[in-house]
Design a binder for this molecule. Structure first.
Ligand code: CLF
Ligand code: SF4
Length: 541
């Protein structure tokens, strides 16, 4: 069956078409999910239960907001599932890596923010292209990566089309991996159209984590996002297409919840189309047992050839994204550390080591999958995590009473939860909201490298300042004099005295010092402005 791609209102040439494979009542809610306790004041609901509303007021100050929850916030069996999943646990994302294998090229719907010359934009930034693999190649690659990167804990299938529009390849990959690498968690991402047909198979292969992209719960909104779907051998358009997609997404979510499979909902924030509507989406998915809600910015450029890119539909600013996320606090738990990975991503979130594992390189590798070596390494990671939490609690104990002040700080890190990256080497900054009551991860900002092989790239500096313009300080392992001066001129304090310390401890220590300087009259606190989310294709550093 041939499904053509859609681009700017016209069908693309048959030669660019993709082959698709389309095959194919609520049970009682699973014990595990219905037993979830409130997380940071947020209660996870299941269908049929009355929402309890929000008892929190915002991100900062809550150590266990959303996906940053810890073992004390949930039943042990849920913690076991999320504790080393870098997407389902914000804390884990500093320490554990994921990888994707691009075995799923076809798709069964069209989104206006997608041009499928590139990867599925539901998990990826637009404009990136992954190397497609057969299931056998994919399995070999997973074993190779897991041997080289022992903290690689999750294998996800996230395109480059839709995992469930390619069920044979997706499930054959999972089947082999379940046998050959039983310690690796399996994860998939889907638009949800085919989901109800495959829930049994998802459960059969112990896929514990499923992401569904849900951008609307109202077909009137949906018809502005989805021009068509292909369902039951027929193409549907407009509102009818959006209505079918919506019903299938809700059914699929309910079926997964009933089986105790953790679900994450991805929503692309499209200003003017679904920005206000996402609160409703958040409420509806929470009712149906979603574990996490990941609200991602639309990235839209004409060069991507998407309907939105060509029509000039813009993405949100950093403040607009944060405002929508904050407005959803009290609903389904929020994920804020998504990196919109490519369909063949490898490594920690925010780093991309896919270039080290092309299929040509993997074919030449002598792979020895040593499960004990991986376990020993991961035990060291757990010790490091505990030290990170202890350091944060100690820094919190030293704070003066909370006077309501909250500021953002940018952090340069290359993992392990530490301030351990040079300013000039950072290709992203992690953003934390800090108050005397705590720290909250609120997002990341991609930037161009400042350092280009030994010298500073002055052209990159204005774009870095724009990306972190809402921050009061930037915490780095090291920084040169030139960028230091320019950051200070822009009102952003460069801070390197907490090099190689844990991030939360460093941020809290700087914040305590900042307030002390204000109290002494050495500086005056000023509000910061908005920041820009970088558009355009991601180029691996
Ligand atoms: Fe991949 Fe997605 Fe699984 Fe994670 S990614 S299939 S849940 S293993 Fe993670 Fe990447 Fe964001 Fe996805 S950061 S795009 S949320
Ligand atoms: Fe593109 Fe993914 Fe939407 Fe399919 S589901 S059209 S691959 S963004």
């Amino acid at each position: 069956m041939i499904l053509q791609k859609f681009m700017s209102g016209t069908e693309l040439a048959e030669s660019q078409a993709q082959t698709i494979f389309i095959e194919g009542d609520m049970e009682s809610m699973s014990d595990s999910i219905s037993k979830l306790k409130p997380i940071g004041g947020i209660k996870i609901e299941v269908a049929g239960q009355v929402p309890s509303g929000c008892s929190t007021s915002g991100g900062a100050g809550k150590s266990s907001c959303g996906s940053s929850a810890g073992p004390e916030d949930m039943p042990p069996e849920i913690w076991e599932k999320v504790k080393n999943h870098p997407c389902y646990s914000e804390e884990a994302h500093h320490h554990y890596a994921r990888m994707h294998v691009a075995v799923a090229p076809a798709c069964n719907i069209q989104c206006n923010y997608c041009n499928r010359k590139y990867d599925c934009s539901n998990e990826s930034r637009p404009g990136v292209v992954s190397q497609k693999l057969t299931p056998d190649q994919a399995v070999k690659k997973v074993l190779a990566v897991a041997s080289e990167i022992p903290q690689m804990s999750v294998l996800g299938i996230a395109g480059p089309g839709d995992a469930l529009a390619n069920p044979k390849k997706t499930f054959e990959t999972f089947r082999q991996l379940q046998e050959k690498a039983p310690d690796i968690k399996l994860c998939l991402s889907t638009n949800g159209l085919a989901l109800p047909d495959y829930v049994d198979e998802i459960a059969k292969y112990n896929v514990d984590h499923v992401t569904i992209t849900i951008n609307m719960v109202d077909a009137e909104v949906g018809e502005k996002i989805y021009p068509w779907i292909f369902y039951n051998h027929k193409r549907y358009h407009g509102r009818e297409a959006a209505q079918i997609l919506h019903e299938r997404q809700m059914l699929g979510l309910e079926m997964l919840t009933a089986r105790g499979i953790l679900t994450k909902i991805n929503s692309v924030l499209i200003p003017g189309i679904n920005d206000k509507h996402l609160i409703e989406v958040n409420r509806e998915v929470k009712k149906r047992g979603a574990f996490l809600h990941n609200i991602m910015p639309l990235i839209s450029e004409a060069e991507h050839g998407t309907v939105f890119g060509l029509s000039g539909q813009r993405g949100p600013s950093a403040q607009e994204l944060k405002d929508v996320q904050d407005a959803c606090m009290g609903g389904a738990n929020l994920m804020r550390h998504c990196r919109q990975c490519r369909a063949d991503a490898v490594g920690l979130l925010g780093e991309d080591r896919s270039d080290e594992f092309t299929i040509e390189q993997v074919e030449k590798m002598d792979v020895v999958y040593d499960i004990d070596k991986r376990r020993i390494y991961q035990e060291k990671v757990e010790a490091q995590r505990k030290a990170q939490v202890s350091a944060k609690l100690a820094a919190l104990a030293e704070q003066q009473p909370d006077d309501g002040m909250k500021v953002l700080v940018a952090v340069a890190t290359k993992g392990e939860g530490k301030v351990n990256e040079h300013f000039g080497h950072a290709h992203e900054f992690q953003i934390y909201e800090v108050s005397a009551s705590g720290t909250a991860f609120i997002g990341h900002r991609r930037v161009d490298h400042y350092c280009q092989g030994g010298w500073g790239e002055d052209d990159a500096l204005p774009s870095i300042v724009t990306a972190i313009n809402d921050c009061h300080a930037v915490l780095v392992a090291k920084i040169g004099n030139c960028p230091r001066d320019e950051l200070q001129d822009a009102g952003i304090e460069p801070v390197d005295q907490y090099a190689h310390e844990y991030i939360e401890k460093a941020a809290l220590s700087w914040f305590g010092d900042y307030r002390a300087r204000i109290a002494k009259g050495e500086i005056v606190h000023q509000e910061r402005g908005d920041a820009a989310i970088r558009q355009g294709a991601y180029l691996a550093a």
